[in-house]
Ligand binder design. Structure first.
Ligand code: C5P
Length: 325
């Protein structure tokens, strides 16, 4: 997924890294893509002494990507910019924090850094857009400098956010702990289409965690059943096992959520759920035709609608210590 080129248009004189960039003088440009994620399941097992919650989630990466450009060695103060005005720029952006965490851990300085983010993943959506951008920065930097194993990179990622290790791992996975204990699951069966609908409201993640501490979990996923359905490549069982512990809380706050879910189901979705803490609601379809008709109908309710597919597990460099299911 990583590519690099030279801003001055010259060919790199001495390619020395696995991403093909050069160590010669000037600015090195790295490009990287950052896919969004969906929760097939999300369970909250309890609160932890460190203030986080113990989670259990089946996650997938989907074909909706942010695009990042990193310029190393600009000789200027660091800058992070984004094409969406509602996303923070500068040190508050997770990309900045990821780059800082990387260079702090590596004990090096790039001599100036500029990151540009082109957003396509909806923001404040439960799709880990910010975390995936941060993961893309770590992936791009490590593709260039090659300092860390996959496992060490995920540890750096966890200092930036709970979803960053998963975003580095990618594909279909079981995530436990804060979200950093990752187990690879088989790719989803073919011919599955996701219709994603982003309502106008956005939900505060910390507030929802506080609310679930108070209200308790009333919609507990059958995580083992979902894993079994994935292993058997049983599309209908996957659709039936979609579940999210936050959904009843979000539905109570925003009735539009349930309306969207029912619209997707009425158009042939084999399951429809909230992802993460929302506010995106997705429907899972076995037929692209049905997915399109649902998409057109959902567009009448919310203008921000997307069609996406599940991505296969990314290739790893063999250094990654992952648990295989
Ligand atoms: O780790 P991250 O900064 O992405 O988490 C955002 C917020 O989500 C945390 O401040 C916390 O309120 C909540 N959270 C949690 N338990 C987790 C992950 C996130 O309570 N495992």
């Amino acid at each position: 997924m990583i590519s690099s080129d030279r801003r001055d248009g010259t060919l790199p004189s001495a390619p020395s890294r696995r991403d093909g960039s050069s160590d010669a003088g000037g600015v090195t440009i790295l490009r990287e893509t950052a896919p969004g994620k969906l929760n097939l399941t999300l369970d909250v097992l309890g609160s932890r002494p460190d203030g986080y919650h113990a989670l259990e989630m089946v996650m997938i990466s989907v074909s909706l990507y942010d695009k990042l450009t990193l310029e190393l060695g600009t000789g200027e103060p660091w800058a992070v910019t984004c094409d969406r005005p509602d996303i923070p720029e500068g040190p508050d952006n997770l990309c900045w924090r990821a780059a800082k965490a990387y260079f702090d851990a590596a004990g090096t300085d790039p001599g100036g850094l500029r990151i540009r983010v082109e957003k396509h993943i909806p923001a404040q959506a439960g799709m880990a857009g910010g975390s995936s951008d941060a993961a893309a920065v770590l992936r791009a930097l490590n593709g260039h400098y090659g300092r860390f194993s996959d496992e060490a990179l995920r540890e750096i990622g966890l200092t930036v956010g709970s979803d960053v290790p998963y975003c580095l791992f990618g594909g279909v996975a079981l995530a436990r702990g804060r979200g950093e204990e990752l187990t690879r699951l088989p790719d989803l069966p073919g011919e599955l289409h996701f219709v994603l609908v982003k309502p106008a409201f956005s939900v505060s993640t910390p507030e929802l965690f506080r609310e679930i501490d108070r209200a308790g979990v009333t919609a507990r996923p059958d995580t083992a059943g979902m894993i079994d359905a994935i292993q058997r490549k049983d599309r209908n069982a996957i659709g039936a096992k979609l579940q999210n512990a936050f959904e009843p809380l979000v539905a109570a706050l925003y009735p539009m959520m349930e309306k969207l879910r029912q619209t997707l189901l009425a158009h042939g979705a084999i399951g429809a759920r909230l992802t993460g803490t929302g506010s995106v609601v997705y429907g899972l379809f076995c037929s692209k035709f049905r997915a399109f008709s649902a998409l057109l109908e959902a567009e009448e309710l919310c203008p921000e609608v997307y069609l996406a597919e599940a991505l296969p597990a990314p290739r790893t460099d063999g250094e990654c210590k992952m648990h295989n299911a």
